[in-house]
Design a protein around this ligand. Sequence first.
Ligand SMILES: Nc1ncnc2c1ncn2[C@@H]1O[C@H](COP(=O)(O)OP(=O)(O)OP(=O)(O)O)[C@@H](O)[C@H]1O
Ligand SMILES: [Mg+2]
Length: 512
Amino acid sequence: MPSLGAMLARVTTFAIDGVEPRRIVVEVDIRPGLPAFTIVGLADTAVRESRERVRAAIQNSGYEFPQRRITANLAPASLRKVGPGFDAALALAVLAASGQFDPARLRDVAVYGELSLGGELRPAAGTLAVAEGARRHRIPALVVPAVQAPEASLIDGIRVLGVSSLRGAVDAVTGRALPPVTGPSVLGGAGTIEPDLAEVRGQGFALHAMEVAAAGGHNLLLSGPPGTGKTMLARRLPSILPPLRREDAIEVTRVHSVAGLHTAGLIATRPFRAPHHTISAAGLVGGGSPPRPGEASLAHRGVLFLDELSEFQRPAIEALRQPLEDGRVTIVRGQRALVFPTRFMLVAATNPCPCGFAGVGDRCSCSEPDIRRYERRLSGPLLDRIDLLVDVAGPSEAELRAAPLTDSATVRDRVILARQRQLHRLRGTRAACNAELDAGLLQKLVRLDEAAHASLGDAYRGGALSARGRHRVLRVARTIADLAGREVVTRADVLEALTLRQRIGVAQAAPA
Ligand SMILES: Nc1ncnc2c1ncn2[C@@H]1O[C@H](COP(=O)(O)OP(=O)(O)OP(=O)(O)O)[C@@H](O)[C@H]1O
Ligand SMILES: [Mg+2]
């Protein structure tokens, strides 16, 4: 029965800061006075609108909405509260503070989810991160929308109570009716990934470049005339990448969940993101209000594919610089800096010139200045971070009729072995693959035989290689040696690495 004096109820929920859960304590105080419902504690518009949803949901669920003075405080006050995920916690605290159930029942539980006016509990973005927050704060149970229970259950050590209504939430926290235990679910993962390399005819050189890229985690640029299969090749890269480790899969799922892309389980396959070239800088690296992860973060641990690279807006391309360098992006909003992870493999495709046919006999109709201008648009921040530059020519008629050169499973097995060698060599360092070798690690960990040193020296002295280009060749040569199972890099590895940086256009404009 509602008591007439002042009453207080308190329950934990979480705000999402970037991909980090922040504990919020919702305190509701109800006392006699003119009916009012006030939310204090740096809440954004969506949270303030929460009042109307909470009021309607309580009434439409058959509970009583107290006609007294209700004050809800979201603590700590210093943290900006964003989003609709606080509804359920607010409603439960109002019900407990008005004596409709015992406030003590809210002590060992966290609550997360949006309410509809009818009282249904709706999914809210970031549930996986919330579950991690609950575990971190040693809160034994977490109430979430039923459809998100498989996602929250990925985190061990907390009891997930998946409910579909406010009524269900009350029954769960009071122990009147406990929802069934849901197991974590895994989306994709085992088995082969479509589409497969077996659909590609010819393209031996490009296929080899893709294998090297996948094995070492190297960024890759495919350049060639229209219709030669660049897009086709790039879309098949996920099929040869090593499987996601569980901790990486959790990271991927966390980002997708925070972005509000429904996940309902563990994302166990590497993401492949191919944003259209009209995308803005904010869309690519994250931004907006509240800030959302961009395509670079949605591609975390997977592939970011920029098809028709030359068509992308310059600011968008420039914005990729930090994510490519640091593996994460920082978005500053007011007093806050949000961090989203961006450890992806970049694959880009482009035509070599405006008409698309530079280097194909005399079919190119572009003037020399046209081509120069085109190349300038491509070079700059991205090209610096791309280890492999590959020209793609169309397959011959005979190749089109012949059997495919390989299939994804075969290549993927070799890639996995090469990655294992890298992980072994790199244990104890911050790098996980050859693409992440910086100057110091290259010096320490990449051993070359005499002949390899000599070839590299020749290329450098001959002016075909800049100092930065030399590092790139070393990284790629290291990967080629890993694919061959060699600890010491040979001359053949270095020469092959040099050929994987050949491009008709840019190679001439700037030494590799
Ligand atoms: N090596 C190949 N083996 C089999 N089919 C191919 C091959 N190359 C191209 N094709 C066929 O041609 C189509 C067009 O290829 P794709 O779209 O990948 O070309 P592209 O190089 O990306 O061209 P654009 O520069 O115009 O974007 C493919 O969908 C595929 O059907
Ligand atoms: Mg294409």
